[in-house]
Write a protein that binds this ligand. Structure first.
Ligand SMILES: [Zn+2]
Length: 179
């Protein structure tokens, strides 16, 4: 069956799945995998909470887990500042220690890095698309100018031929009349 996704594939698709950006078919495949894979389901829940927090700037609802401690809450409230290098050395060491000891925190850290990378890559993609559009329109403009140039050339050629013909005819008439 084609619809058996691996954990790696599901992980790669998760952020798109959370944002509802997958096709109906892929959404269905991811859903089937999540229903049968607790590990990926856990990742999904984490990512969903993280995205909810960052997109809507809201605190996620509490999830039942032994790792949700006061320390973890500290970690979460400092994570954004940590990622943006806004913490002092002591505080960022604290965050690193929590990330090492708490799997939830570690997952959050990985997710936020993935999220940032995704944001960055989609930004890059937009930039590339814009660049492509720009060069496309530049090429179109050049093409257009070429066409205009050709039209002008053709006009001058026709005019030249016309004058040569008129001159020849006039010369012929003069020759016939006067010689
Ligand atoms: Zn899985």
């Amino acid at each position: 069956m084609q619809n058996q996704l691996s954990c790696e594939q599901v992980t790669a698709l998760l952020s798109f799945y959370v944002e509802g950006k997958l096709s109906n078919k892929l959404t269905e495949y991811v859903k089937i995998h999540l229903d049968n894979c607790p590990e990926c389901m856990e990742k999904f829940i984490q990512l969903k909470h993280m995205l909810t927090k960052f997109v809507n700037n809201q605190e996620p609802e509490d999830i039942e887990s032994p790792y949700i401690t006061k320390q973890y809450e500290t970690f979460k409230s400092n994570l954004s500042a940590y990622i943006d290098n806004e913490l002092n050395n002591l505080d960022s060491i604290k965050i690193k220690k929590i990330a090492i000891s708490n799997p939830l925190a570690r997952q959050d850290l990985e997710n936020i890095y993935t999220f940032k990378k995704l944001l960055h890559s989609s930004f890059e993609r937009t930039k590339t698309e814009l660049k492509n559009d720009y060069s496309k329109s530049t090429v179109n403009n050049l093409q257009h100018e070429n066409d205009e140039q050709k039209n002008i050339d053709a006009f001058f050629k026709l005019t030249a031929i016309f004058f040569i013909m008129i001159t020849a005819i006039v010369a012929g008439i003069i020759t016939i009349l006067y010689f």
